[in-house]
Structures are given as C-alpha cells and as structure tokens.
Write a new protein. Structure first.
Length: 274
C-alpha cells in the first residue's frame, strides 16, 4: 500500500492529470520473478523515470476486492506519472506483476495504450511457485496447508473464481501457485493485441546472474543509452524459504510444468532449461 505521503501527492497530481505522461513501457510480471529489482535498476538510468508507485494496479483493478482501480478512470492512472514538460525525451514506466496473470489486462492496456511496450520477466515456474508459497503465504499467515497440500488443492480452490471470472478475488491472487506459471497462455493474451516487437521476454535466472547484459537488452528495447552501467545492483524483495522443501514437491511441480514450459519454448523459439 502506498505511504501516506504518496497518497497525498497522488491527490495533488490528479489536478494536472491531463498534462501528465503515459508510460512508454510496462513491466507486466511475473510475480516473484525479479520485477522489484528490475524497477530499482531501471530507475537509476538518467533517461528512465518510474511511476509514483512501482505497482499502480490500474489495469488489473488492484488488490482490494472491494475497490476497482480501473473504474477510477484514466486520469487517476495518469496522476501516477510525471508532467510531460519535465520528462521530455525520457522513457516513463511502471511495473505491476499482476498484469501478466489477470486475463482482463492485456485488452485493457491495448485499448488505452496501443503503442506501449511490455516486458515480461519470467522465473522457473517451479521455483516461483515455491517462493510464492513461502514469501506470500507462509509469511503473511494466509496459508493453512503444508506445501504439497497447497499445490494439490489449487485446482479445487480456484475452480469457482475462475468459473465466475472473479479475478479480484483474494483466492485468485493468493493461491494461484501453479497457474501463475502458465506463461505461454499468459503471453498469448498479449500477442492477441500487441506485435512481437512490442514485447520483450526475459529469463529471471539470467537477469540475476548477469544483470548488466539483461539491462542492456532492456535499454535497447525501450530506446535509451544501452551502455549506461547501473551502479547499485543489490537485489530487492528476495524471499527466503523458512524450511526445507521435499524432493516430492520439486518433482511434482517439475512434472506439472513440463508441458507448459515446452509450449513456452516453442512460442519463444528459446529453451530456458527449466
């Protein structure tokens, strides 16, 4: 949730929404794949400016089931960005990891921002699911099941909300350990509305092992000096498992994700070795 200071700034900036920038690019996810680190690194480039809050949650409606940010309108969204006159020749962006997962988002973005570029940062879905379990659920005390129980219960848990297309339901967001790893399906939704040259797909493992090369790809993609060297590359928002994970859980997830990963590799014509 934004700080009180940022909420006050947002209210003030809404008064000049019509003079504010739209984003040139959006980091759409995935959750627990390094988007917080990427956002922090990109903000260090002199020709890139981030939004008031990293996660605006406009196109997905937000994380409060009772409040729909999308219904607040485009001026509310624009209030999160700088005045056009202050960012001439700079690239503006935001990063909301739920954008890749919520099925409604790609069409909404395309309708509002047809020329925007999107960046998807994808992590090994097995590791992502495990990190999701520990960092987002065990830490927040939302999850009552053990790790295997949680993974095996997912389809039943999500059945009703998916049938109703209730994408703002907390169950959809919190207990979608495996479904968030259906990357090919998620990227297909964006390819329905955006050309391939508007979409950059990155591997999180390569990003963290060789951040400078990955950042150079991003800088080239968004159109800023690709040779700028980011100085502070300390990872952000890193989850830590608080207990060991059984081979059973790893094997279960690896088997589950195998066809989904193969479909992704075929789409991208690239093997991520997951």
């Amino acid at each position: 949730m934004p700080s009180l200071r940022k909420r006050i700034i947002l209210e003030y900036q809404k008064l000049s929404s019509d003079k504010r920038s739209f984003p040139d690019f959006i980091i759409i996810g995935a959750q627990k794949s390094g988007t917080t680190s990427m956002y922090a690194y990109l903000e260090q480039h002199p020709d890139i400016v981030g939004s008031l809050n990293k996660e605006i949650h406009f196109f997905d409606g937000g994380t409060n089931p009772k409040v729909d940010n999308f219904k607040k309108g485009i001026n509310w969204y624009k209030a999160h960005f700088p005045l056009c006159e202050n960012v001439e020749n700079k690239k503006i962006f935001e990063a909301s990891p739920l954008y890749i997962f919520n099925p409604l988002v790609s069409k909404r973005i395309a309708n509002c921002l047809p020329k925007v570029k999107v960046i998807a940062l994808l992590r090994n879905p097995t590791d992502r699911a495990i990190s999701h379990y520990f960092h987002n659920n065990k830490r927040e005390r939302r999850e009552k099941l053990d790790i295997m129980g949680a993974f095996e219960a997912e389809e039943k848990r999500l059945e009703k909300v998916l049938l109703l297309k209730d994408y703002k339901n907390n169950i959809f967001r919190n207990f979608s350990y495996k479904r968030r790893g259906h990357y090919k399906e998620q990227l297909d939704r964006y390819l329905n509305y955006f050309s391939k040259d508007q979409i950059l797909v990155l591997n999180s493992e390569i990003f963290f092992s060789n951040p400078h090369d990955t950042l150079m790809k991003v800088f080239n993609f968004v159109g800023v000096d690709p040779n700028f060297k980011v100085k502070n590359l300390k990872p952000k928002n890193i989850g830590r498992k608080k207990e060991s994970v059984s081979n059973e859980a790893y094997n279960y997830l690896n088997d589950y994700f195998k066809p989904h990963n193969e479909a992704l590799y075929k789409l991208l014509n690239q093997d991520f070795n997951w």
